[in-house]
Design a protein around this ligand. Sequence first.
Ligand code: F6R
Length: 256
Amino acid sequence: MIIHILPDADRLGALAARHIEVALLGVADPVLGVATGSSPEPVYEALTARATAGTFRVERLRAFALDEYVGLPEDHPERYRNVLLRAFADPLGVPADRVAVPGGAGADPSAAAAEYERAIQRAGGIDLQLLGIGRNGHIGFNEPGSDFRSATRVVELAPSTRAANARFFADIDEVPRHSISQGLGTIMRARAAVLIASGAEKAAAVAEALTGPVSTELPASVLQRHPRLSVYLDGDAAGLLDLSFLGSISVVHDWR
Ligand code: F6R
């Protein structure tokens, strides 16, 4: 694991975008796992700049979302398919049909989840998965207690997750109660993973995930077992990391 600590979210976005570009350079048909929420926004902005400059090539890129709300109408602006088209695919010039998102609006979300897992396998697996982290340590929508071997499935959102995501909706009652999420097993099968976090409200989850015990109570802690994990944090999100006890973890302060 390599942890990069940056002064702010913009610098974090710039370096994480460079990491993604370099990691996918030699891959003929790259498959990128994409996250939603606030954390990836600076990464997608920086990736867009790199695509515009011609260094990040998107012609053969395919993307798979981490998760999707269950039950939001197809035209709802907060449906993750729509969020990803707006924040990621359209700015980068990735055609919509090359962005896969679980089918949360259909009649049978469990069947859609199983089909999504198969679609990832048919694509040859995910080359690099971009991840944010919830304040309760979730990745994707794998809430505390999720099985480390879990596949894509329907999950119930924790009350704290619905409260955190209420900022995207007019009212907390509008936040869906369920989502389809890649499982922890699915995420761990990605050939590389990049975890990003900014802000002091993530500091406790980040410290627990990276240096605490590996436990299903803190789902992101499973990432300690990922063979190719890179972490990009701003100073606030890194605030509770005890850098003197990180053992074999490399820490890079990118303050330039
Ligand atoms: C989003 C996702 C979630 C978020 C997490 C952090 O697709 O899977 O795990 O990454 O809830 O959200 P933000 O970045 O909004 O703080």
